[in-house]
Design a protein around this ligand. Structure first.
Ligand SMILES: Nc1ncnc2c1ncn2[C@@H]1O[C@H](COP(=O)(O)OP(=O)(O)OP(=O)(O)O)[C@@H](O)[C@H]1O
Length: 255
């Protein structure tokens, strides 16, 4: 099956009449399996809106989102909820773990909510992917911020989604912890892509991450730049310096 995520002429306008704000203006992008993409752009350029629409958390005003062959625009709310649950992973800046549950129980939660009895081996595999196998029985308050975000990532991976969307995933972490986490994210994609064909893996082959930090973006395979709701450029194999230089241009142009 083609697991590519496609955005086709995506547009989004909030409100109407005099209060209308257009956040996306015809964005077309592809995120194929094996890709780790960072989305960057000045404040208000539409990054979060793009992620929300691509992840089926918000409806676009025009265009289509296709996730692994499914066109989200034809789904009713129930079908969209199920697709989000089964095929899409999401991590936010805040970790959103349930404080009373252990790491393993937090990871198992999406399966329980789907009415699936979690296989302990799968939970361990998801925690192993993020280097937290030995913290399975710890509660969030007994884990560092970086470890809590790793649990959140393991929880997003446990349903084996087609894509993981991450909105500023290192925004609440210090520099060293951020770098470790980004290395882990990059490693997940690179390892899953190398892993052999049909073998089920807890890893993830496609990550789309919004960030405002060039150092963070440089961990991705590719950076897509947005300005005023449009794609205005891309950079493959980015370095932090090259990303920062592009951002300076965009920010000057946005003023
Ligand atoms: N719920 C909403 N209602 C009205 N306008 C909105 C809403 N959400 C976003 N916007 C507007 O849409 C535009 C794009 O916002 P968005 O949050 O996607 O940008 P962003 O690039 O993620 O910004 P930042 O880097 O500051 O988080 C902005 O002008 C914003 O004010």
């Amino acid at each position: 099956m083609d697991e590519t995520v496609r955005l086709e002429a995506l547009s989004k306008t909030y409100g109407s009449g005099d209060n209308a704000v257009t956040a996306l203006r015809g964005v077309t992008l592809e995120f194929p399996p094996g890709s780790f993409t960072a989305i960057m752009g000045p404040s208000g350029s539409g990054k979060s809106t793009l992620l929300q629409c691509a992840a089926g958390l918000d409806r676009p005003s025009g265009g289509r989102v296709v996730v692994a062959g499914t066109d989200l625009s034809v789904l009713d709310e129930t079908a969209l909820t199920l697709l989000r649950r089964d095929r899409i992973g999401f991590v936010f800046q805040s970790f959103n773990l349930l404080p009373s549950l252990t790491a393993a129980q937090n990871v198992a939660l999406p399966l329980r909510l789907a009415g699936i009895r979690p296989d302990p081996a799968e939970i361990t595999a998801a925690l192993r992917e993020v280097g937290l196998e030995d913290r399975a029985s710890h509660r969030p308050s007994e884990l560092s911020g970086g470890q809590q975000q790793r649990v959140a990532i393991a929880r997003a991976l446990v349903t084996k989604p087609a894509v993981l969307f991450a909105d500023e995933p290192t925004g609440a972490l210090d520099t060293m912890t951020s770098r470790d986490l980004l290395r882990t994210l990059r490693g997940l994609v690179d390892r899953a892509t190398r892993a052999s064909g049909d073998k089920p893996i807890a890893g993830i082959r496609t990550i789309v991450m919004v960030t405002h930090d060039p150092v963070v973006a440089a961990y991705a395979h590719r950076v897509v730049f947005l300005a005023d709701g449009r794609v205005v450029g891309e950079l493959a194999d980015p370095t932090a310096d090259a990303v920062a230089a592009r951002m300076v241009h965009l920010e000057v142009a946005a003023q």
